[in-house]
Design a protein around this ligand. Structure first.
Ligand SMILES: Cc1ncc(COP(=O)(O)O)c(C=O)c1O
Length: 429
């Protein structure tokens, strides 16, 4: 048979795309990460602090999850999972909440998906009409993209380093009146900071108050999307607060997002879930069912086993947090030392997640005008790859960057810090 070469492009390949698809902005982080992969492939030595992912060599998944998945596959767990998730896993998530958080939720309030992303997207889809207002603080992860996908009017609330790049109830309150959804994430990607329990209480009280007003006026409720995918990863005195613990009345308006990607370094295993009001959860289940964004069945069975094995889970999380903290602490100590020596750098002490906020204070010095110029300088001069906060929606050339430690070893950090120090000295010489 003669080989047929298909023309799949045509003269104007994007002509047929929807306005939404044409307007999608690609991930800035993935663009930078691709650039770094190319440089590494070309032989450059680079400490890669860019991607919010884990190098399996440094951060393997729990044995229980790996072995459980293989066992489940061998046992024939290969057909479609139920659209709201494998029952054993939904029950395990309930027990997890009961045992860990002392909070009881009905089974109908739990839905499983192929990671946290699908449940975040489905939450936006289930609650937001085109033109509705969604409030989210910046820097934050991907809310601008989710707003675009559903045609929401996004209101980005700019935060500052003095508050750990976190929102406060008083900064949010004036924005709540017009909003249908407020999207919060703590511990925070990108800053590695944690909302204080007292601030969570104040924010929840403001949400409840606004909903009481709407109940009286017959308006649609204001919901809270509470993304806590990093909640098991906190350091030192930082404590993660669960809104419904502090203000039980906010439960009717809150959708909790969680999953195994970060707490168990299982980003590629793809199991996430959300907990919330039953009508919203049923809508999320139906939306995800039509998309087919389920977690693979065998992985769901293995995740249920893991969540039910408290000792194994605790041992894993202790080790995982220790590995992350060691890396973040080394970086923090290194930058503190440099700052004491008068170099133009400062950071926020690590509190949670897998990130450190660092300010390389070079803008306005030696011709540096933009964060991207600083980023490139650190990459070329020190083999040090970081992501500017603009990739998380914060405007302004302010010198702040996210460093993610999931893909580096302690040795990588020890080798990289002197290179950064030399680059900073050179930049201000
Ligand atoms: C705040 C936050 N939420 C959700 C996700 C997505 O997690 P998943 O891998 O479960 O889709 C990420 C991933 O980086 C994240 O940083």
């Amino acid at each position: 048979m003669q080989k047929l070469q298909l023309d799949l492009e045509g003269p104007d390949p994007r002509r047929g795309l929807s306005g939404m698809a044409k307007g999608l902005v690609g991930s800035e982080i993935l663009r930078i990460a691709a650039e770094i992969r190319t440089a590494v492939a070309a032989g450059q030595k680079i400490a890669n602090f860019t991607v919010g992912d884990f190098l399996p060599r440094e951060f393997p998944i729990p044995d229980r999850l790996r072995d459980g998945t293989l066992r489940a596959l061998a046992a024939g767990e290969t057909n479609y999972p139920p659209s709201d998730g494998v029952l054993r896993l939904r029950e395990a998530v309930r027990e997890f909440w009961r045992d860990r958080l002392q909070i009881e939720v009905p089974l109908q309030s739990v839905v499983i998906a192929g990671g946290s992303r699908p449940v975040i997207y489905a939450t936006y889809r289930a609650l937001i009409e085109p033109g509705d207002t969604v409030v989210y603080p910046v820097p934050s992860w991907n809310n601008n993209h989710y707003c675009h996908l559903v045609g929401a009017k996004g209101i980005a609330l700019e935060t500052d380093p003095e508050h750990g790049f976190l929102p406060t109830a008083s900064s949010l309150r004036p924005l709540l009146k017009s909003a249908r959804l407020i999207a919060l994430n703590t511990p925070l990607n990108p800053a590695g900071t944690v909302l204080s329990p007292s601030e969570v209480v104040r924010i929840c009280e403001a949400i409840v108050e606004e909903n009481r007003r709407r109940d009286r006026s017959g308006g649609k409720p204001l919901y809270l999307l509470y993304d806590q995918v990093y909640w098991m990863l906190t350091f030192g005195n930082a404590r993660h607060e669960i809104p419904v613990r502090a203000v039980p009345e906010v439960a009717r308006y809150t959708i909790f997002v969680d999953g195994i990607s970060k707490s168990f370094a299982a980003t590629g295993v793809r199991v996430g879930w959300c907990i919330g009001p039953q009508a919203v959860i049923a809508a999320i289940r139906d939306i995800l069912g039509h998309v087919g964004a389920w977690a693979p069945r065998a992985e769901q069975v293995a995740t249920a086993e893991l969540l039910r094995d408290q000792p194994a889970m605790d041992a894993y999380v202790r080790q995982h947090v220790g590995r992350l903290q060691e890396r973040l602490d080394r970086l923090h100590e290194g930058f503190s030392r440099m700052a004491k020596a008068g170099l133009p750098v400062r950071d926020i002490p690590p509190q949670g997640a897998i990130y450190l906020s660092v300010k390389f204070d070079l803008i306005g010095k030696r011709g540096f005008r933009t964060n991207d110029e600083v980023r490139r300088y650190l990459l070329d001069e020190a083999g040090f790859a970081v992501v500017p906060f603009q990739a998380f929606g914060l405007s302004g050339e302010n010198g702040w960057f996210r460093l993610s430690v999931g893909a580096v070893s302690v040795r990588d950090i020890e080798e990289a810090l002197p290179r950064v120090e030399a680059a900073l000295r050179k930049a201000i010489a």
